[in-house]
Design a protein around this ligand. Structure first.
Ligand code: ACO
Length: 325
């Protein structure tokens, strides 16, 4: 193990965008309510795209940008809570589509914390294994889990994918600085989606399985504004760092108000908390890598910058990782 490094970033969103006014023709809501409570103005919604097609497009961009060939990839991890199927995994579909014959592939599900959890896993596997190059993608089509009659959730989510190409082959300073992951399974009922199953002849009664996203928004909001600053502070403390040593806080884009509350709790200017929720809504595991790619592409994040990624969501889960880009 020589040094864990991000070689490239990429992202892909569905073509179709749906703005708040369009949603207001479908349900009792308004642009004002959505913007004031969340900061969301529009979101990308899959029509023909799937989680696997978005993730495959991201993987292809990663290879193109880095000049790495598909046969050099040893590991593909996709973080998702909205896979095409329970099996095959989205990552196996990406591996097949890329022709990355030497890569092992698996999905992980930690909802909106999935990208940070995935970074932790990819790092461990790059360190322990013979693996040299890994693709990690967060990809979602949450629109297919939404009850489009439920305004309390339908206005919040969007579809997309983003990812990184990771390497341990480059002789370089290790990018990994610190991390903090936590799961609070006793609070899992505050956010559920995609219940799967069919009624079996062995059940006493016909059981209804509900695929729809259900969330206690206020409880999840409280969880986020308490637990994310705690996770960030613990990751900083583990590295003996202060918040002002972080150049960019790339937070899960669930709600602009939550990002503002976290910035205030850490006593750090909002200038260091980039936000793109206006364009994408909440894309769960895809939100941080989409934002990361945007910031790298527009030159905001430069080599050597210290980037803190922090996500929270279903599980309930929370996770922070600090990297030198
Ligand atoms: N349009 C108009 N009115 C609405 C809408 C809507 N889309 N949705 C709810 N309302 C109404 C409610 O019915 C309520 O009306 P009432 O006062 O007459 O009862 C009123 O607006 C206020 O509703 P609240 O739920 O109290 O609104 P709040 O300010 O809490 O905002 C929100 C709701 C945006 C969901 C917020 O609680 C939130 O962001 N929670 C966190 C969600 C989150 O971050 N999830 C991330 C995890 S996602 C994952 O893991 C995939």
């Amino acid at each position: 193990f020589e040094g864990f490094k991000i070689l490239a970033t990429a992202s892909q969103a569905p073509q179709k965008t749906v703005d708040n006014d369009e949603l207001a023709t479908m349900m009792d809501t308004s642009d004002d309510w959505i913007v004031q409570r969340t900061g969301i103005k529009r979101r990308h919604i899959a029509v023909d795209e799937t989680t696997s097609s978005l993730c495959t497009a991201v993987a292809q961009q990663l290879l193109q940008k880095s000049g790495v060939s598909s046969s050099e990839i040893d590991l593909i991890i996709v973080a998702t809570m909205s896979p095409d199927y329970l099996t095959p995994s989205v990552s196996a579909m990406v591996q097949g589509a890329l022709g990355a014959a030497n890569a092992v592939a698996m999905d992980i599900d930690a909802a909106c914390s999935g990208f940070v959890y995935g970074l932790n896993m990819a790092k461990q596997m790059l360190m322990d294994d013979q693996s040299k190059k890994a693709i990690l993608i967060g990809g979602e089509t949450l629109s297919k889990l939404i009850d489009w009659h439920d305004r309390s959730t339908a206005v919040l989510f969007g579809d997309g994918a983003g990812g990184v190409l990771l390497s341990n082959t480059v002789k370089t300073e290790d990018a990994f600085i610190s991390e903090n992951l936590k799961t609070l399974g006793t609070l899992g009922h505050y956010l559920t989606a995609g219940q799967t199953g069919v009624p079996t002849p062995f059940m006493d009664q016909q059981k209804a399985f509900s695929p729809f996203f259900k969330m206690n928004g206020r409880r999840v909001y409280q969880f986020a504004v308490n637990n994310v600053p705690e996770s960030i502070n613990q990751a900083l403390a583990a590295a003996s760092m202060q918040a002002d040593e972080i150049d960019h806080f790339v937070l899960h884009q669930a709600n602009k108000r939550i990002v503002e509350r976290i910035a205030t709790a850490l006593n750090v200017s909002m200038d260091k908390f980039p936000v793109n929720i206006d364009e994408y809504g909440n894309t769960a595991a895809a939100s941080e890598p989409i934002l990361l790619d945007q910031l790298v592409s527009d030159g905001t994040i430069k080599r050597g910058d210290v980037v803190l990624l922090s996500g929270f969501g279903g599980g309930l889960t929370v996770g922070t990782i600090i990297l030198k880009f």
